[in-house]
Design a protein around this ligand. Structure first.
Ligand SMILES: [Zn+2]
Length: 269
C-alpha cells in the first residue's frame, strides 16, 4: 500500500480522537440538558477552565497521569478511552471505504453511536435530541451520497421504528412489564434511515446475539435473576457498525475477505 494511505489512516485516527474529545462533552452534558458548546470544559473538582494544551485527546490524560493540572484530582480513564475508541472507528471506516463519499456519513453515524452508547450505559436512556434529528440527517444523507436510495432510507425508518415497536408492545402485553424502552425504537429508526431497510434485521439480529451473550455472562458472574436491566442501545450500535463494516452495499463480504487476505500476503507474509 502507498505511503500516503498510512498518512490518511493516521489523520483519520487523529481527527476521530479530536472529535472524541467533543463526544465526551456530549456524553456528559446532553443527559443534564446542558449546552455542548458553552461554557468551556472545567475541572469538576476545582472549577478551573481546562487549557487547550491540557485538553489534547488521549495525550494530555497520559502526560498528566489522569489528574487535573491544577488541583490534582483524578479524571476518569473513560475520557481517553472514548477518544481512542472514536479515533479507532474513524481509522477503521477510512480503511474500509477510503475516499468513497460514504466515509464522512459513516463517521457521523459512528460518532453519534458512541455518544448514544455511553449515555445509555450511564442513564438507561437514549435522548430524543440525538435520535430524532438522526432520523432526519440519515434520510438527508441518502440524497447526498450514492450509497442507498431515499426510498430504501424511508423504508428503513418505517421498518426500523415499526418492527421494534411491534416487539416492544408485544413484550409488554405478554409480560406486563416494560422490557424495551422506546428510545431503542427511535434509535433503530435512525439506523434504518442511515443504512436502509435491508440493514434493519441484520442489525437487530447481531445486536440480540451480542446482548444475549453479555446478558447471560453478567447473570452467571453476578448470579443475578432475569430482571437485570441491560440497555439494548449499545448492542444495536455495535450491531450497526458490524453490519456497515462486514456487509455493506459497495461489495459483498467475500470481496472484503479477499482484500484482507491479499493485504496479508503482500505486506506481512
Ligand atoms: Zn482541578
Amino acid at each position: 500500500m502507498p505511503f500516503e494511505y498510512y498518512f490518511f489512516l493516521a489523520f483519520a485516527f487523529i481527527l476521530g480522537s479530536v472529535i472524541g474529545s467533543f463526544l465526551n462533552v456530549c456524553i456528559y452534558r446532553i443527559p443534564e440538558k446542558l449546552s455542548v458548546v458553552t461554557p468551556r470544559s472545567r475541572c469538576p473538582h476545582c472549577g478551573t477552565a481546562i487549557k487547550w494544551y491540557h485538553n489534547l485527546p488521549i495525550l494530555s490524560w497520559i502526560l498528566l497521569r489522569g489528574k487535573c493540572a491544577y488541583c490534582g484530582s483524578g479524571f476518569s480513564v473513560r475520557y481517553p478511552l472514548v477518544e481512542a475508541l472514536n479515533g479507532f472507528l474513524f481509522a477503521l471506516f477510512f480503511y474500509r471505504f477510503a475516499f468513497h463519499p460514504v466515509t464522512p456519513v459513516i463517521w457521523l453515524l459512528s460518532a453519534t453511536l458512541v455518544v448514544i452508547t455511553f449515555i445509555d450505559l450511564d442513564h438507561q436512556i437514549i435522548p430524543d435530541v440525538i435520535s430524532l434529528p438522526g432520523v432526519v440527517v440519515g434520510f438527508a444523507c441518502s440524497f447526498l451520497v450514492p450509497w442507498i436510495t431515499w426510498q430504501e432510507s424511508l423504508a428503513g425508518i418505517l421498518l426500523g421504528g415499526g418492527s421494534l415497536m411491534f416487539i416492544a408492545l408485544g413484550y409488554e402485553l405478554l409480560t406486563r412489564k416494560e422490557g424495551m424502552g422506546f428510545g431503542d425504537v427511535k434509535l433503530l429508526a435512525m439506523l434504518g434511515a442511515f443504512l436502509g431497510w435491508p440493514a434493519v434485521f441484520p442489525v437487530i439480529f447481531i445486536g440480540s446475539i451480542l446482548g444475549s451473550c453479555v446478558g447471560v455472562t453478567l447473570m452467571l458472574v453476578n448470579k443475578a435473576d432475569g430482571r437485570l436491566a441491560i440497555p439494548f442501545g449499545p448492542f444495536l450500535s455495535v450491531g450497526a457498525l458490524c453490519h456497515v463494516f462486514f456487509v455493506d452495499r459497495l461489495d459483498p463480504l467475500m470481496r472484503w475477505y479477499g482484500d484482507v487476505l491479499m493485504y496479508f500476503l503482500q505486506n506481512i507474509w
